[in-house]
Design a protein around this ligand. Structure first.
Ligand code: SAH
Length: 214
């Protein structure tokens, strides 16, 4: 697939739109400039790749809206070199945005088909996150602790395993709720026995489900 001036122009427009909707973290906006979102979509959707729309990516899953990806990335407050664990690789777009922000990314996907497809696209773009096929409820203890943890599917509750794999001072962003909408929630692990929680409105994600799918 090619990344033409036309695509770059569409990206600039999207970045302006994200800015006008309140996204201000330069690191996030710069990453949106770098990562060609159309690489993560079927060819038929290339022209809409930079509109604020979610798309099917196969296996009944969707790539999140660009605004949602930007919003979650901003809440995560990522610094270069941060170790970030992502649950729900999906298309790999959010994974690539985090990598473009300079994070060391670890990402888990429970659907084998998506894990394999995302791997090809992400590595093809030259990003080098560690990708796992597995159940995100368990996190990835072998690389813990993480500076940041991002859940990109709608979780019925905060999985304890994830909080235990977060560093003190770390941030965990997770959409919580069952059904059609979830409440965007940000936890900060102030110390081992103090965790703060803030909420940021309703979003709509595919559900976080247990066990892997072959
Ligand atoms: N970050 C993705 C969002 C994809 S949608 C993107 O930018 O495209 C959420 C993804 O979470 C889906 O691919 C779904 O299969 C995956 N998922 C759901 N439950 C999971 C779990 N328990 N562990 C890992 N991934 C999960």
């Amino acid at each position: 697939m090619e990344d033409s001036y036309r695509h770059k122009g569409m990206r600039r427009k999207l970045i302006e739109e994200l800015g006008s909707r309140g996204i201000s973290d330069k690191n996030v906006l710069d990453a949106f400039d770098k990562v060609p979102r159309h690489f993560f979509l079927d060819l038929a959707f290339t022209n809409q790749a930079y509109s604020n729309v979610a798309f099917q990516i196969g296996a009944g899953q969707t790539i999140s809206h660009p605004y949602t990806v930007a919003f979650q990335s901003e809440l995560l407050n990522v610094s270069k070199g941060n170790k970030v664990l992502e649950i729900g690789t999906g298309s790999g777009f959010q994974t690539s945005i985090l990598a473009a922000m300079g994070a060391k990314v670890y990402s888990i996907e429970r659907q084998k088909e998506l894990y394999l497809k995302a791997k090809r696209i992400i590595y093809g773009l030259g990003y080098n996150p560690k990708l796992f096929y597995g159940d995100g409820y368990k996190g990835q203890p072998s690389y813990a602790p993480y500076d940041r943890i991002l859940v990109t599917c709608g979780a019925p509750f905060l999985p304890e395993e994830l909080m235990s794999q977060l560093k003190v001072g770390g941030i965990l962003v997770i959409p919580i709720g069952e059904g059609d909408s979830q409440i965007m929630t940000r936890y900060i692990k102030v110390s081992n026995d103090e965790i703060t929680k803030d909420t940021y409105g309703d979003f709509s994600f595919v559900p976080m489900l247990e066990k892997t799918v072959k």
